[in-house]
Design a protein around this ligand. Sequence first.
Ligand code: PMP
Length: 328
Amino acid sequence: MSIVNGLISAIGNTPLIRINSLSEETGCEILGKAEFMNPGGSVKDRAALWMVQEAEKDGSLKPGGTVVEGTAGNTGIGLAHVCNNRGYKTIIYMPDNQSQEKVDLLRTLGAEVRVVPTVPYADDENFQKQAGRFAATLDNAIWANQFDNTANSLSHYESTGPEIWSQTDGGVDVFTCSVGTGGTLAGTSAYLKEKNPDIKIVLADPMGSALYNWVTTGEAVMTPGPSMTEGIGNSRVTQNLATATIDEAVQVDDQEMVNMVYRLLHQEGWFFGSSSGINLGAAVKIAKELGPGHTIVTILCDDGGKYQSRLYNPAFLAERDLAVPSFA
Ligand code: PMP
C-alpha cells in the first residue's frame, strides 16, 4: 500500500529527479528535488505547514484562528492550502507591484488579500510590517513571519534534509539553492552537514541581491540588478539564514537562467519557474568547477505556470534586453 493520508501528508516526500541532459553534459549527477509536486505547487508548502504546526504546539494558534502573512506568492499559497485544511482563516498582505494572477489565485484559494503600496523594508508601511501589526490586533491570530520565524528552516531540517540524505543513500557531495527567506538552504544544509560535514553547501544568488557578497566577503552589499527572478535574493540576512554554514556562493544572471529553463523545456520537457533556473544554473557551474563524478543536489522550487506573462513571454524578455533562446 502506498496511499498518502490526505493533504498534510502529501506535503514533502517529493521525488529526487535526475536532470539527464545536465548530468550527461557535466559528468556529475545533477539531481533536483521536485518541490513543484507539493499540493500548493512549491517548496513553501513545507514552511507553511511547519509554521502553523509550531504555532499550534506553542498555543498561539487555537481552533478557528487566523494566520496573517506578508508574502508575494508561494508562502501565501502554501498557507492558504494548510489553513483551509486545518480550519483557519488566511489573510495575506501583498505589495501592489505583483501580478494580478497571484492576487486572483490567492483569493480563489480562499485567502483574504490586502494589496498595499510598495515601499522598502525599512519603511513602517512595508507589507511585512503591516502584516505583523495587523495580526497583533486580532485575537487567536499569528503573524507567520516566514523571514525570521525559524519554524521555516526547521521544516527543511526535519523533512527536506533527511529526504535528500536517504534518496542519495548518503552520497550527496554538494547541496546548492537560492535564498529568499533562507529557510530551504539553512534547514537542509544543517541536517546534511550534521550527517557529513564534508558536504559542500553553495548559495546560488541572482543579480541584485546582497547574499553573494555576504558569503564571499562577510558584508551584505547589493550587487547590480535588479533580476527578474521572483521569490529569491535578499538585501538582508534573515534569522533563518543567519546561522547557516555556507561554503561558497555562485551568481547566476537572468540570461543564464532564461537559457536554462528554455533549454530544459524544449529539449527535455520540463516547465520550471525562475528560481529553479537559477538553482540548476548554479548546479552546472559547480559541476564544471569540481569536475565529473560528483553528486549535486538542488531544488526545483516551483513550475512555470505562474510565470507565463513574464519568463515565458518573449515580449517581456525583450523589454529587459534578454534574448529568447531558440531551439529548432
Ligand atoms: N523559489 C521560489 C519560487 C520561492 O517562492 C521561494 C520563497 N520565497 C524560494 C525559491 C526561496 O525559498 P526560501 O524562502 O526557503 O529561501
